[in-house]
Design a protein. Structure first.
Length: 474
């Protein structure tokens, strides 16, 4: 009987007796499961229940005339159904809904609850990956009926208080392992008291259509459901963040290794390769074309730059360490820079003390001459020698320049010391009167020669050890 009415009026037109009457459709969306969020393709896959409720004037009957039958179930292809579709649809399939029968009551109230697997577009923002938060939108509306023909409003649940629910329904939601939602935390909270979820909005899309020679602008009602997704970062913390922190701390170890150790270069290169592997893993987990590059990727790149610089500096240190064995003296620019640094520190430290500030003029007296005029050096004990050594450490840069010229005077000074010594068994040195500036520079030269001698002795001993080790291996 009901289908005969549709055979008379057809299923194409709206189920109203007057064309000026609009059909009110209640629409609700119950989220059952979040299947996947593809960051590369920026597609969200969800499993939902779509709830439709409207009044069909052609599907009414008197219960007493038909055996007190209150409800019947009809295939949706046999009656009129609202063409509410997902606007941001991103699926190659032509059908969204699974087959589900329509429940029709005797008063014409029609209920349709099809299940659907939606693929919707979702703009992904991965700046703070893996601690990112995504907000995806599911936009539903009619494709053919404007607001004067069909109005779409929020679903009204049966539980009190009876009010419209502008939220996603999470009552039967299955939690995802990768994504956390606000709705699952408020599953048992009535929609009137919800505070964590994002409230959905209702808007009207304007479309211009040409009818004959006239352009008509029509408004179509649209419901926008918003979902806030928070990524579960546990997997990425153990796979990307913690290894990155450990490798970054190992970068400092490169500078602690001795220059002659081959592990100095090997460790730096291994850390560089490890960061490159982590960068490849990050590239597989994040989209390649995004507005903002993830901060963790920037951190990886900065660490690779730092490792490159540290390896370069380690190479320079190794080169300078072994350069003395091949070419002798320190390069002029390094020696000049070191002397200027020492001069600046001396002027800052001794600016108001015993010693006047150093001067670059050769005609000016050497630093400390004013003080050394009244000093008579006593070589009869170790205390006086230590005091002289302390003053020699405070020499000026222009004294250090002339120290090389005084090398030939060292034998003369030693002969003078030995000549004036009368009791070598008791005192290794005695009081000697000599020019203070010459003794000052000579002592500095002696200390430098001792340091060079220690250096060459160390090299000879190391080479001897290497030769012995090779002979034992052979």
């Amino acid at each position: 009987m009901l289908l005969n009415r549709y055979e008379q009026f057809g299923i194409i037109g709206r189920p109203v007796n007057d064309s000026k009457i609009k059909v009110d459709v209640r629409y609700g969306l119950q989220l059952f499961q979040i299947l996947d969020l593809d960051e590369n393709k920026q597609i969200l896959r969800t499993n939902c229940w779509c709830m439709h409720k409207w009044t069909d004037s052609l599907l009414r009957w008197n219960e007493s005339e038909y055996g007190n039958i209150k409800t019947v179930r009809i295939f949706p292809s046999q009656i009129w159904t609202p063409d509410i579709k997902l606007y941001n649809f991103a699926d190659e399939r032509l059908r969204e809904y699974r087959d589900a029968r329509v429940v029709v009551s005797s008063n014409g109230e029609t209920l349709w609850l099809p299940q659907a697997l939606f693929k919707s577009t979702c703009e992904v923002e991965i700046t703070y990956f893996p601690f990112d938060t995504q907000i995806c939108m599911l936009e539903f509306g009619s494709l053919t009926y404007d607001r004067t023909q069909m109005d779409i409003s929020w679903w009204i649940p049966d539980s009190p208080p009876i009010e419209e629910m502008p939220y996603l329904d999470f009552s039967d939601y299955v939690p995802s392992n990768e994504w956390r939602t606000d709705g699952e935390k408020e599953r048992e909270v009535h929609h009137v008291n919800r505070t964590l979820q994002i409230r959905s909005v209702k808007k009207h899309r304007r479309r211009s259509q040409t009818v004959g020679n006239e352009v008509i602008t029509r408004e179509y009602p649209v419901l926008r459901y918003l979902i806030r997704l928070r990524r579960n970062p546990s997997f990425y913390v153990f796979m990307l963040v913690i290894p990155c922190v450990l490798l970054s701390s190992l970068t400092l170890v490169v500078f602690w290794l001795p220059p002659e150790s081959p592990a100095k270069m090997m460790l730096g290169m291994n850390i560089f390769v490890a960061f490159f592997v982590l960068l490849l893993l990050l590239a597989e987990s994040t989209p390649s074309a995004v507005k903002n590059f993830p901060l963790i990727g920037v951190f990886f790149c900065l660490n690779m730059i730092m490792i490159t610089l540290s390896t370069f500096l380690a190479t320079m240190v190794i080169h300078l360490y072994f350069r003395g064995d091949r070419k002798g003296a320190v390069p002029y620019f390094l020696r000049r820079a070191y002397q200027n640094r020492c001069k600046n520190e001396q002027n800052r430290y001794f600016g108001g003390g015993f010693f006047p500030q150093c001067s670059e003029s050769v005609n000016q007296p050497a630093c400390g001459d004013q003080y050394l005029e009244n000093v008579t050096t006593n070589w009869s004990g170790s205390n006086e020698f230590q005091t002289l050594k302390e003053y020699s450490g405070k020499s000026c840069p222009h004294m250090m320049k002339t120290s090389i010229k005084l090398n030939h005077r060292i034998p003369e000074i030693l002969q003078q010391i030995m000549h004036n010594d009368n009791n070598m068994n008791n005192y290794p040195f005695r009081m000697i009167n000599y020019d203070e500036s010459e003794s000052f520079n000579s002592t500095t030269t002696l200390e430098r020669d001792v340091r060079e001698l220690k250096k060459y002795v160390k090299i000879v001993v190391n080479r001897q050890k290497e030769t012995t080790h090779k002979s034992l291996i052979a």
